[in-house]
Structure formats: structure tokens, C-alpha cells
Design a protein around this ligand. Structure first.
Ligand code: 5AD
Ligand code: SF4
Length: 491
């Protein structure tokens, strides 16, 4: 449906566009930066922060690469061919750079993100147009690194200095911005110590680090002041959050959510992505208690086979997962679940795969993301015996996706006739149309005046599309319950 998994390679590249908060160069001229983002929401957040860090240096964001003095690719390494995609994109950029050079204009090229972290110097060796390689922990150093690169030196910065990153990023985020989109990401935790045997994240993003409660609350307040109504807390392993509070105690994610629920103007909270092992009682209770915590949870399980879960080092069994889901649903009966699945992990037999299918049937997901296992260099899975042939992976993926799609359609259809709160986020494709988001992260299209963008409105669902719901504004109706669901029943 609409949420993206914690990290995702095949995402459509997005550009960062922050027209506000733009500083001029000392001489009044403006330089332009084009950032292309691949992968997870954390990269989207990081790209915005890169734009923030560059703004006082006189860089204004542009969506037009030809127009850019600086191009940054913010890359993802989670699945196959990520590095190859970056190299072919760099080939295209080289042509743009050559075109610009004809009219005497220079262009600097940077590679950021997890491919930068994983490949390091190899990038500027293979792609000489790259001036700067910068890993996710070093974005606060961008201005200095750019100065170095301008002197003609090839700069590669892949140190892990995550505290400095957070300190600096929140300083920047605290600068007033004019107006922001109604829904925003806020990184609360980065890195992962879980070492699932298929996953590169612990290597590219490093060890788990949480931001302090004060930094996060400040940033949320700042967001609220600039028009944000919905905040999605981000972390590779977000529910492992353990941040320091003002009194020196350590808060978990449940406690943090309770605090953020008190921030005036922030009406909706979400978090992603979680590991089943870290769903503690307090977090589950937060789902029961907090009206602003949306009834949607992305909780990847990856496989339904105990043997494969063990080989993946997920550190829980399928039964433990079922029991956890029961507890979550007991606490928050209306909650929709989403998950990530990998098919064709080394050693996966037909029976193991059928165990995954059975798990999906039993849990019933509102949406799910599924991938063919991809060997990531340096991870234990890459060298395990029993690698599964590509055609078997493809067949299993198709079977799994058919089931998940059926469940997703059924979940969407169950919203027909319901009335619930929708956060109106942007203009739709047709004139007079707006697009918003349901509590369960479904896009909702409806006719409504543009000045309602940024508000939460009661909407009755009148039609179900393949990817979105169609609704009708219920004027003046704001008597919804905790999740904004009116007691009117489904059709
Ligand atoms: N191969 C396939 N899928 C992977 N994921 C992570 N690493 C791999 C890999 N090596 C998937 C997992 C994870 C999601 C973000 O990407 O399902 O939850
Ligand atoms: Fe990767 Fe596992 Fe950490 Fe998620 S929990 S980021 S899958 S190592």
C-alpha cells in the first residue's frame, strides 16, 4: 500500500525540494543543489537535512539536474544491483556535466548514503566524475567536505561519528522553516545491532544509537510550528529506541510516544520500522492508550518457518510472533498490520515457504512488502549453503504477492461505508481533488477545497480503488473516536 519498508532499493527516486529556508551566497548569487534519494524513509529524512545543512552555504534546492551546481545521489544498499544502479546513474550525470561544461558551468558530484558507506573510495576510482563520497554519519560535515573537494581533492568521508551527526542535524532543524508538508519524518534512532544474516544495515548504518528525548521533542515542536500534523518516527530498528531523558533516565519508544502525544499541533504519530523482539509491554500499551498513535504497525517477520527464522538470526519463533500479534490486537483491536517478507533465503524448502504462506493467512495483513533474497556481500547469508535458484525465488514471490494482494484488497474493501478522519495532504491529479491519508496509511482521494490541505477531516468512504480509497467530505463532523472512526458501520 503506501508505507515503504525500513529500507527499500527499488523505490522511485525522489528529489528534495525545499524552497523555503534558502540562504544566499555572500555575494548574493545562489548555487543550486539537486538531491536524488533512493531507498528508505531515513534517506528521505537525511536528504532533507542535507539540504538544510547546505542552505546557509548558499545552496538552493532544484528539481532540475541540468540546473544544478551540485548533484548528490543519496543511495541505498539494501538489495541487489544497488551499486550498479548508482554507477549507471553516474554515467548519465557525466553527460549532463559535460553539457554544462560547454557553457562554462561547473558541476560537482557527490555520492551519499549506504552505497557510499559500503563502497567508499571504490566509487571515485570507478567513476572519476565523483568529487565527494560521504557516508550517512557525516552529512553535518558537508560544507567543509565540499570546500575540500573544490580544491580538486577527491574526498571520501565514511567515518562513524553518529553523535556529531545528530547534534548538528537538530541544530539545523531548529531553524525556523516557513511551511512544511502536513506529514513529516523524524529520525529518533539510527543503526542496528541485530545482525540478521541477510541484512547490510548493521554494516552501513553502524551500531544502534538513539537521540535524546529533548532533541526529538524540540524537533517535533518545531515541526508543529511549521504546519506538520503527522510525525512518523524513524529508525532502522525504531522500537529499540532507548534515548536519554532530561533527568538522565532512559526512555523507551512507548514513553517517547506518550511525550510526543502532548506536543500541541501534532495530531498523528507513527513509527517505523520495528523488530518483533523489541515490541515491549509499554509500547503495546501506548497503542491502547494514545488516540494520536495511528492504528497501523509495520512489523516485519521475514519468514514463517522456524528453521529459516533461526538461520536469519531473527531470534524469535513463529509462535512467539503469533503470540505477540495477539497481544497487540488485544490492546488495539482496530490496528492493521504490515510486514516484510523474504523468499528464497538459503536453505528455504517448499515446506518452509508454505509455512510463510500459512503465517500470512493466519495473521491477515493490511499490506506487506516482499522481496527475493539477495546475497549482500559481507553478510553471513551470502556464503551460506543452499542458495535458492532464481526461478524458484520468482515463483515463490509471485505466489506470496498474490496472497498479500488479496488480503490488501480485502482490507481496503472493509473500509467501504466507514467514516473516519483523513489528513488532507496535497492536491490530487484532477482539479478540485485532494489526496489524504487514512489512519491505516491508505491514500484517500476526495473533492475538497485546497485551503483544507493540512487539516484533518471526517470523510466517508464511498468507493474502493485498486490503490486508494475514494471519499466524501462530511462537513462539520468532528465527533470521531480515538482513531477518528465514526460509529457508522461498514456497508
Ligand atoms: N535480500 C532481500 N530482501 C532484503 N531485505 C533486507 N535485506 C535483504 C536482502 N539481502 C528486506 C527485508 C527488510 C526490508 C527492508 O528489505 O525484508 O525488512
Ligand atoms: Fe537489518 Fe535485521 Fe537490523 Fe532490520 S533488524 S535493520 S533486518 S539487521
Amino acid at each position: 500500500m503506501t508505507s515503504r519498508p525500513e529500507a527499500e532499493q527499488e523505490a522511485i527516486p525522489t528529489t528534495v525540494s525545499k524552497k523555503e529556508d534558502i540562504a544566499a551566497e555572500p555575494n548574493g548569487a545562489k548555487r543550486k543543489v539537486f538531491v536524488r534519494t533512493y531507498g528508505c524513509q531515513m534517506n528521505v529524512y537525511d536528504s532533507e537535512r542535507m539540504a538544510d545543512v547546505l542552505a546557509p552555504e548558499g545552496y538552493q534546492s532544484t528539481e532540475d539536474m541540468e540546473d544544478a551546481d551540485l548533484v548528490i545521489l543519496n543511495t541505498c544498499h539494501i538489495r541487489e544491483k544497488a551499486a550498479e544502479k548508482v554507477y549507471s546513474e553516474l554515467g548519465r550525470i557525466r553527460k549532463v556535466k559535460e553539457e554544462r561544461a560547454k557553457s562554462g558551468k561547473d558541476m560537482m558530484v557527490g555520492v551519499a548514503g549506504c552505497v557510499a558507506q559500503a563502497e567508499g573510495e571504490e566509487i571515485s576510482r570507478r567513476a572519476p566524475i565523483v568529487d565527494l563520497v560521504v557516508g550517512p554519519q557525516s552529512y553535518q560535515k558537508l560544507p567543509g567536505l565540499l570546500d575540500e573537494a573544490k580544491k580538486g581533492r577527491k574526498v571520501v568521508e565514511t567515518e562513524f561519528d553518529i553523535d556529531a551527526k545528530f547534534d548538528h542535524l537538530s541544530e539545523r532543524a531548529a531553524k525556523p522553516v516557513m511551511k512544511r508538508a502536513p506529514s513529516a519524518f523524524l529520525t529518533v534512532q539510527e543503526g542496528c545491532d541485530k545482525f540478521c544474516t541477510f541484512c547490510v544495515v548493521p554494516y552501513t548504518r553502524g551500531a544502534e544509537v538513539s537521540r535524546s528525548v529533548a532533541q526529538i521533542v524540540d524537533e517535533a515542536e518545531q515541526m508543529a510550528a511549521s504546519g506538520v500534523r503527522e510525525v512518523t518516527l524513524l529508525g532502522q530498528n525504531v522500537n529499540a529506541y532507548h534515548g536519554e531523558a532530561a533527568d538522565g533516565s532512559t526512555w523507551g519508544l512507548g514513553r517517547l510516544l506518550r511525550r510526543l502525544a502532548e506536543v500541541d499541533g501534532i495530531d498523528r504519530l507513527r513509527y517505523t520500522t520495528s523488530h518483533p523482539r523489541d515490541m515491549d509491554d509499554d509500547l503495546i500499551k501506548a497503542h491502547r492508550d494514545l488516540g494520536s498513535l495511528m492504528p497501523y504497525l509495520h512489523l516485519p517477520v521475514q519468514s514463517g518457518s522456524d528453521k529459516i527464522l533461526k538461520a536469519m538470526n531473527r531470534r524469535h519463533t513463529r509462535d512467539e510472533y503469533f503470540r505477540l500479534i495477539d497481544r497487540i490486537r488485544e490492546a488495539a483491536p482496530g490496528l492493521a498490520l504490515s510486514g516484510d517478507f523474504i523468499v528464497g533465503f538459503p536453505g528455504e524448502t517448499d515446506q518452509d515457504f508454505q509455512d510463510t504462506m500459512d503465517l500470512i493467512r493466519r495473521v491477515e495483513y493490511g499490506s506487506a512488502f516482499s522481496f527475493k533474497y539477495s546475497q549482500r556481500p559481507g553478510t553471513p547469508g551470502a556464503t551460506m549453503d543452499g542458495q535458492v535458484p532464481e526461478d524458484v525465488k520468482s515463483a515463490r514471490l509471485a505466489e506470496l504477492q498474490a496472497l498479500v494482494s488479496e488480503q490488501q484488497q480485502a482490507f481496503n474493501a472493509s473500509r467501504l461505508g466507514m467514516t473516519f478522519d483523513v489528513l488532507l495532504e496535497r492536491k490530487g491529479r484532477n482539479p478540485g481533488q485532494l489526496v489524504g491519508k487514512s489512519p491505516w496509511l491508505q491514500p484517500v482521494q476526495l473533492d475538497a477545497p485546497e485551503d483544507l490541505i493540512g487539516s484533518i477531516q471526517a470523510v466517508e468512504i464511498v468507493k474502493i480503488g485498486s490503490n486508494s480509497l475514494f471519499g466524501r467530505l462530511i462537513a462539520g463532523q468532528d465527533e470521531t473516536d480515538d482513531f477518528g472512526v465514526l460509529p457508522t458501520s461498514a456497508a
